[in-house]
Design a protein around this ligand. Structure first.
Ligand code: ATP
Ligand code: PRP
Length: 205
């Protein structure tokens, strides 16, 4: 039995066609149900649907053999006990610093709203800039608009969300895409199966 961890939304939508090309399908009936463990076209493969940030946790503890997770999430998690074996090139975006204008970044202690606490600390530590992090779980773009922070660190794709809230992207931290991550123990015990899926997905990227 092989268990694959995916998250609802963007990752599920963009992963389904890749799995289908690799020979694994999930019926609309399963996808539209409220089930969190989905049957697939193969009896010995199940898909679990969890929050994006929980994917590395399930894989790390072996509750899933492999999963698909954004690099942003992996950088926050630390990816202990996980093998990052394939860049799927889906859900591409950039982790960026954004504010209403560049001057806002000139502060003795820069107040930053973000859910990416670890990546933000690492980036500003390397620059030698003193910061205060305000941890949020979403709608980061609102923080500078209402005076909660000087700037944000968040994902940017088209830039539409920033623009709609009067913000501009200022500093590029890192390019993001989704990665296939494997539980280190599963990679030993189910090596042939996991390699088969990695190669089947890779062939069709
Ligand atoms: P949760 O439901 O746990 O809050 P989420 O809302 O961040 O998770 P999604 O928006 O589906 O979940 O994002 C999943 C992944 O897709 C992110 O971790 C990131 O790697 C990528 N992603 C997020 N926003 C974008 C975007 N605008 N364009 C492209 N990729 C994105
Ligand atoms: C992500 C991210 C930004 C937005 C950037 O949010 O947190 O807000 O996308 O994309 P853009 O540059 O193309 O506008 P998402 O759409 O996932 O919404 P959510 O975080 O509220 O789920």
């Amino acid at each position: 039995m092989l268990t694959i961890a995916l998250s609802k939304g963007r990752i599920l939508e963009q992963t389904l066609p890749l799995l289908k090309k690799a020979g694994l399908e999930i019926s609309d009936e399963e996808l539209n149900s409220r089930k969190l463990i989905l049957d697939t076209s193969l009896d010995d493969v199940k898909v679990i649907i969890i929050r994006a940030t929980d994917v590395p946790v399930f894989v790390q503890h072996g509750a899933a053999d492999f999963g698909i997770s954004g690099k942003d999430v992996l950088l926050e998690h630390g990816a202990d006990g996980l093998l990052e074996l394939l860049d799927l090139g889906i859900a591409q975006c950039k982790l960026m610093v954004a504010a209403s204008d560049e001057q806002k970044l000139n502060q003795n202690t820069l107040k930053i709203a973000t859910k990416y606490v670890n990546s933000t600390k690492r980036y500003f530590e390397a620059k030698g800039q003193q910061i205060e992090i305000i941890k949020l779980y979403g709608a980061m773009e609102l923080a500078p608009v209402v005076g909660l922070s000087h700037c944000i660190v968040d994902l940017v794709d088209t830039g539409n969300t920033l623009k709609a809230n009067g913000l501009v992207p200022l500093e590029h931290i890192i390019d993001i895409s989704s990665r296939l991550v494997v539980n280190a123990a599963s990679f030993k015990t189910k090596n042939a199966e996991i390699k088969f899926w990695i190669n089947s997905i890779k062939k069709n990227l």
